[in-house]
Design a protein around this ligand. Structure first.
Ligand code: HEC
Length: 136
């Protein structure tokens, strides 16, 4: 039946197959981006503000942070999937308050850490922490 509707040779079958594969790959690649733009159902305003602040404070000069414009740094670890991590800097329990405190004053929590204090206010740090917690 389908042969009558779609006349095909082995060559066109191969082509269709490759196009399907390419399509699947594109859908796959677009997946996380789509999830980022829709995945903030709980606190959409604070997470969007946090995303903007992460870009403004240029955390991305050292860290790769999915969804944050220009955040492709490699000097420090990627923050991809940070919401699933158990620890901050391998030391502190990864809960929003501790994460905000870390962003404000990393060296007071983990003396000697290479992460600098960036002059972030408590309020801004909480918004950034809220965004980082959405990264799955
Ligand atoms: C100069 C480079 C640099 C900048 C800029 C920087 N960080 Fe970091 N950051 C680090 C380093 C180095 C570590 C690893 C610290 C450690 O493990 O002791 C780190 C660790 C972290 C961690 C914990 C990562 C983990 O794997 O546990 C978070 C979260 C974080 N930074 C967020 C931020 C945020 C938010 C900003 C912007 C306000 C920022 N960083 C700016 C260097 C930087």
């Amino acid at each position: 039946m389908s042969r009558r509707l779609i006349p095909s040779s082995p060559a066109t079958n191969w082509r269709a197959c490759m196009l399907t594969l390419a399509g699947a790959w594109l859908i796959d690649a677009a997946g996380p981006v789509a999830a980022e733009s829709t995945g903030h159902a709980e606190h959409p305003r604070s997470t969007e503000a946090g995303r903007t602040l992460l870009a403004q404070y240029q955390c991305g000069s050292c860290h790769t942070i999915p969804g944050v414009a220009g955040a492709q740094g490699i000097a420090a670890g990627t923050l991809e999937g940070f919401g699933r991590r158990s620890y901050i800097a391998g030391r502190l329990a990864n809960i929003p308050d501790a994460l905000a405190a870390w962003i404000v004053a990393p060296q007071s929590l983990v003396p000697g850490t290479a992460m600098p204090a960036m002059g972030v206010s408590q309020a801004d740090a909480q918004l950034m922490a809220a965004y980082l917690m959405t990264l799955r």
